[in-house]
Ligand binder design. Structure first.
Ligand code: SAM
Length: 240
């Protein structure tokens, strides 16, 4: 299949109609004054709105550097760190939790970054409406909500349809990088991704990847480690 052909399982309109099981609940938690101020002062510079439709990366970043999307960046410290360390790459964060977005806006400004932008919306909507097909060098999903209880497992964001949604957005050779501290979720991710058409596991079939140097430890990773959890990284490359 050429990069520009539509992947059969991926139909944004259908995805919108059928997807009503959400991967998140909007948590209570007020913004601090600083986060609120960061919104007011920095949204115009860094904020993106799904209503504005498909992105033009050249217009947005003023360069043709590779673009990586991070879904659910939480408080955003690891995304800021990645953007700071890789000024020749561009990053788009998507998070539904406003205090985390406020913190990311504040830190992006403090660090003077110009290679990062942010949406405060459901990533499923943003992927369908704003991210051009075959355009991403990377998609990252670090420590997504594990939805521990069996009856909630269906809310896990990593599902066969989601794997194909991400695949459609990656370039050939682009990598979908996941990490979790919840072993049953790591097994679920491995099962879904190993069965997903068009991907190759960079670590070899059924193998987890060592945490790469370029992925900073995230807030939820630290929390998991304190609880005695392990960490599992999965890196799947789009091959067709
Ligand atoms: C367990 S936290 C992990 C945060 C961060 N990645 C870390 O490792 O510290 C998962 C985050 O994903 C966000 N999230 C879940 N589903 C989402 C979606 N569909 N779109 C955007 N954000 C989402 C939640 O709001 C939450 O902040």
């Amino acid at each position: 299949m050429s990069e520009n052909e539509q992947i059969p399982d991926h139909n944004p309109e259908q995805a919108k109609k059928h997807r009503r099981i959400r991967s998140f609940v909007v948590r209570a938690g007020r913004m601090t004054e600083g986060q609120q101020r960061a919104y007011e002062e920095n949204w115009a510079e860094y904020g993106l709105d799904a209503e504005a439709g498909m992105l033009d990366y050249q217009a947005l970043f003023g360069n043709q550097g590779p673009v990586t999307v991070e879904i659910g960046f939480g408080m955003g410290d690891s995304l800021i760190e990645m953007a700071r360390r890789a000024p020749d790459k561009n990053f788009i964060g998507i998070e539904v939790h406003p205090p985390g977005v406020g913190r990311l806006l504040a830190r992006a400004k403090e660090e003077g970054l110009n290679n990062i932008r942010v949406y405060c919306e459901d990533a499923i909507e943003v992927l369908a409406r704003c991210i051009p097909d075959s355009s991403l060098a990377g998609a990252q999903l670090f420590f997504p909500d594990p939805w521990h209880k069996k009856r909630h497992n269906k809310r896990r964001i990593v599902q066969p349809e989601f794997a194909q949604t991400i695949r459609a957005k990656l370039t050939i050779g682009g990598v979908f990088h996941m990490a979790t501290d919840w072993e049953p979720y790591s097994e679920h991710m491995m099962e879904v991704m190993s069965a997903a058409e068009g991907y190759k596991n960079q670590a070899g079939e059924g193998q987890f990847s060592p945490q790469p140097d370029f992925r900073p430890v995230t807030k939820f990773q630290k929390r998991g480690e304190k609880l005695g959890h392990g960490v599992w990284d999965l890196m799947f490359e789009r091959i067709s």
